[in-house]
Design a protein around this ligand. Structure first.
Ligand code: ZN
Length: 410
């Protein structure tokens, strides 16, 4: 195919930026998101790409939108290109631009909630597909570009359930790509694993009575015991991180006391205190051992202490980054050819990729954003137009590479 004229390329860039800004102006912001306008926008995108679109509902009013580009060998396992449609709330008074206006400033930066997390990636997938199609490129494998709801509230009504449906099975996904994290240096971050999130609500019952007494078996003593255990553990993990500069936050387990409740008035010993912990367990930490440890602490704290799990997931196997994973080799080949420095790390937070890994599918988290301050969930979130456009080119290479991975012979 003859190379396209500069005018054509400029038009494609303009279209990409316009689509990105239009997407950013749809306020899919928590809480109580209405996704209707977003679905409509994606339907228009599918039409302009001349590709079929399907909207699934595992939970009412929580659409899962999939735009499909069928490969030349459609029986091969497909590639899932996932991103979430929702964004976190804003404190508008802290912003220098309106957070849903997608203003372009003199430095050629686009300001909007979702510009880094993660509407950029959703549009970049589509624009990469648009360019490949224009250039007459075909891929062996089918690409499913998925847009999912409610990732920012844990994916509970989105990807977490979708991966267990027949509809998901029918997509025959061999590998998933999902969001990564911007990097402020030249290096790009790439996730092949995530920490496991456990939210513990620990109930500490005890003998109630008058505040002047020295009763045994009080709720307060149990809380004191547990806080000691959790915070000693926290100190050890903090030390591990300090002692080894190769480690990142995600290589240790974090625990933080986030809520405390109980008690009625100063001179009454209450029948219960409740303490809540946010725990993020590194994949290097055996989750069974962690369970035994906290169970033991609760037992030692005193009679009746029990844990209510607000969130608890099984251990997820990290996606392998070796010769056994042809998708990873293809991803690496593409980024190597582009001369990108990509650093594999464990994701310190949580993304929808973990649900894909949970059902045994390899998944890589990657956002093609470098040399950019990390503004996820922050005020004045922005993305440079040049970085955005460069990201589309990066995806073009990656999609050609992983979209043509030969069938795995085992
Ligand atoms: Zn995100």
């Amino acid at each position: 195919m003859a190379s396209q004229s500069t005018a054509d390329k400029d038009a494609l860039d303009t279209q990409a930026v316009n689509n990105f800004r239009e997407y950013l102006r749809i306020p899919t912001v928590h809480p109580n998101i209405n996704y209707d306008a977003c679905v409509k926008f994606l339907e228009n995108q599918a039409k302009s790409l001349d590709l079929p679109i399907k909207v699934y509902h595992v939970v009412p009013k929580k659409p899962i939108v999939i735009i499909t580009w069928t490969g030349t060998e459609p029986t091969l396992p497909s590639i899932l290109l996932n991103s979430h449609m929702d964004v976190v709330p804003v404190f508008e008074e802290k912003w220098t631009h309106k957070p849903f206006a997608a203003d372009l400033d003199e430095q050629n930066n686009i300001y909007a909630r979702g510009s880094q997390d993660v509407k950029c990636v959703g549009i970049q997938y589509l624009e990469a597909v648009r360019r490949l199609k224009r250039d007459g490129v075909t891929l062996k494998r089918t690409l499913h570009v998925s847009f999912v709801p409610d990732e920012e509230t844990g994916g509970v009504d989105g990807m977490k359930q979708f991966v267990y449906t027949k509809d998901f099975q029918n997509l025959n996904v061999g590998m998933g790509l999902d969001e990564g994290m911007p990097s402020s240096s030249e290096k790009f971050a790439m996730f092949n694993a995530e920490r496991n999130i456990w939210h513990l609500i620990i109930h500490c019952p005890g003998k109630p009575g008058h505040g002047s007494l020295l009763l045994d078996n009080t709720a307060g003593e149990k809380v004191a015991y547990l806080l000691n255990k959790f915070y000693n553990f926290r100190k050890q993990e903090q030390q591990k991180l300090k002692d080894n500069s190769n480690l990142t936050l995600a290589d240790v387990t974090t625990v933080n006391l986030t809520q405390m409740s109980g008690g009625v008035q100063t001179n009454v010993i209450p029948p219960e205190f409740i303490i809540t912990f946010d725990c993020r367990i590194t994949p290097q930490h055996d989750i069974k051992k962690w369970q035994e440890t906290i169970d033991q602490w609760c037992k030692e704290a005193g009679p009746g202490v029990w844990i209510e799990y607000e969130q608890k997931e099984d251990q997820v196997t990290p996606t392998k980054l070796d010769n056994s994973n042809p998708y990873w080799l293809a991803f690496k080949d593409a980024t190597d050819k582009l001369g990108l420095k990509v650093k594999p790390v464990t994701c310190p937070g949580g993304t929808d990729a973990r649900f894909v890994r949970m059902v045994g599918i390899p998944a890589i988290g990657f956002s093609p954003i470098n040399n950019t301050p990390l503004l996820l969930h922050n005020h004045d979130e922005y993305l440079g137009v040049d970085t955005f456009l460069k990201g589309i080119k990066i995806y073009c290479k990656i999609l050609v590479s992983i979209g043509n991975v030969e069938e795995k012979t085992e």
